[in-house]
Design a protein around this ligand. Structure first.
Ligand SMILES: NC(=O)C1=CN([C@@H]2O[C@H](COP(=O)(O)OP(=O)(O)OC[C@H]3O[C@@H](n4cnc5c(N)ncnc54)[C@H](OP(=O)(O)O)[C@@H]3O)[C@@H](O)[C@H]2O)C=CC1
Ligand SMILES: O=C(O)CCC(=O)C(=O)O
Length: 424
């Protein structure tokens, strides 16, 4: 197998390199053939667009947008769209590949894609954001489609942006096409349970992992980095299951309370405070770095990539890391964490609840029917638990980490499908 020589490693963290390093290790363990390795290692399509937008003051500003389709072997590509000033092609390539592996781990019939626009959404007016989202959608008419590529929310986007995308795409097609995006508002065909789905999947993964570690959730403590869609919903659901959430954070800093943060109070405060926690009095202020290395049982990174690196990995005190964010641990930190005996439920497993309920939303849109919240939650919980067990058993069988096992489960599924489809 020609690919067995690993690529040279550069100094700076790079999410695409992190993804490739794990992919490479898992492919070796599986004895993947060269042809399939070559097909799976690179994205199928990478699109970069320039979007000139009229700002509220009448000036024009040009924004760079991306959409990367990593693979459509299992089905139409699926994945969120991120609005963030740090968005770049390598990040979107990594995020798209993680979507391929994530959909395969939970066994839903999608390939992987991801998009993003380099922008600072909190500095833009609603009108500017709407014009930007609509311009991005127009530039992607040939890419998006309910049977081709289906966007969803990610950092900096939510139901509002999905509604604009659906509307713009529908106008171009002369009919309402609600299955072209997921994570929409309920009135536009969104699914009950989608908003909290990723956080709920994090909660389910945490409880299964605690059971394997024989830690009683009612006695467990937790810190959560990031208090957006994933972090706040995970915090609320974990608190409801008895865990004491000692620390939470956003970009304004981290908030710590030895008695436990009141999560309802923190959510209400954030909503009334321009969507951030600045000035929150339910805990004393510490730094994000202190939060990550705090003495808790469970750490949930739910913000962005590469926050656990070789700089801080040896200081982590948590027994369990459940990755709500995509790519929060750099590949060079993997071994340090593993050797310390910290158990990691990796991103492509732990945060797959979101895309699972996106799949349910797409199914409901195509059926023209609505499921109850109870049905959505029951089915997504079952899928998450089954995926966890598949990965756990692979980890035991091959003597590898949960992360490498999850890549092995995913790569096997995609490679087998590729073989049956007979190449492209
Ligand atoms: N939404 C979803 O369904 C899914 C999301 N994910 C992943 O989860 C992660 C979070 O996404 P999501 O919750 O949707 O995004 P949101 O935009 O809703 O929230 C992001 C949160 O991270 C915080 N944050 C950003 N930078 C930092 C930092 N340097 N230190 C501490 N906190 C920070 C933000 O703070 P502030 O608001 O102050 O900027 C905010 O609280 C991403 O990696 C995303 O790809 C994965 C699967 C599905
Ligand atoms: O809901 C989806 O389709 C994708 C969500 C997403 O972007 C992710 O899981 O990282």
């Amino acid at each position: 197998m020609a690919y067995l020589e690993p690529a040279p490693i550069k100094d700076k963290e790079n999410p695409f390199e992190s993804m490739m390093s794990r992919f490479h290790t898992a492919a070796q363990k599986l004895g993947l053939d060269d042809e399939t390795y070559e097909v799976l290692k690179s994205p199928t399509k990478q699109v970069i667009v320039n979007l000139p937008i009229t700002m509220d003051d009448g000036t024009k500003k040009v924004f760079e947008g991306y959409r990367v389709i990593h693979s459509d072997i299992l089905g139409p590509s699926k994945g969120g769209v991120r609005f963030d000033p740090d968005v770049n092609l390598d990040e979107v390539k990594a995020l798209a590949a993680w979507m391929t592996w994530k959909c395969a781990v939970v066994d839903i019939p999608y390939g992987g894609g991801k998009g993003g626009i380099k922008c600072s959404p909190w500095e833009m007016s609603v009108g500017e954001l709407e014009r930007l989202t609509r311009a991005y959608t127009q530039s992607m008419y040939e890419i998006f489609g309910p049977d081709r590529d289906i966007p969803a929310p990610d950092m900096g986007t939510g139901p509002r942006e999905m509604a604009w995308m659906m509307d713009e795409y529908s106008k171009a097609h002369g009919r309402t096409v609600n299955a072209v995006v997921t994570g929409k508002p309920l009135v536009l065909g969104g699914s009950l349970g989608r908003v909290e789905a990723t956080g709920r999947g994090v909660m389910v993964s945490t409880l299964v992992a605690l059971e394997k570690l024989r830690i009683n959730p009612a006695h467990a403590t937790c810190a959560i980095q990031g208090f957006g869609n994933v972090g706040s919903n995970a915090a609320l659901l974990l608190e409801e299951r008895g865990l004491k959430i000692l620390g939470i954070s956003d970009h304004t800093g981290a908030y710590w309370n030895d008695q436990g943060i009141d999560i309802q109070e923190a959510i209400a405060y954030r909503a009334q405070n321009g969507n951030n926690l600045e000035g929150f009095k339910g805990g004393e202020m510490v730094t994000n770095e202190e939060l990550l290395i705090a003495g808790v049982d469970v750490l949930v990174p739910a913000a962005k990539e590469d926050v656990i690196t070789i700089q801080n990995a040896d200081k982590i005190q948590a027994k369990l890391i459940v990755e709500g964010a995509n790519g929060p641990t750099s590949f060079r930190a993997d071994n340090i964490i593993h050797e310390k005996g910290v158990w990691v439920v990796p991103d492509i497993l732990a945060n797959a609840g979101g895309v699972t309920v996106s799949y349910f939303e797409w199914v409901q849109n195509r059926l023209g029917y609505k499921w109850t919240r109870e049905r959505v939650n029951r089915r997504s919980d079952r899928i998450m638990k089954e995926a966890f067990e598949r990965v756990y058993h692979t980890a035991q069988e091959y003597g590898v980490s949960m992360r490498i096992a999850s890549y092995m489960v995913a790569i096997s599924k995609v490679a087998e499908t590729y073989k049956y489809r007979g190449g492209f």
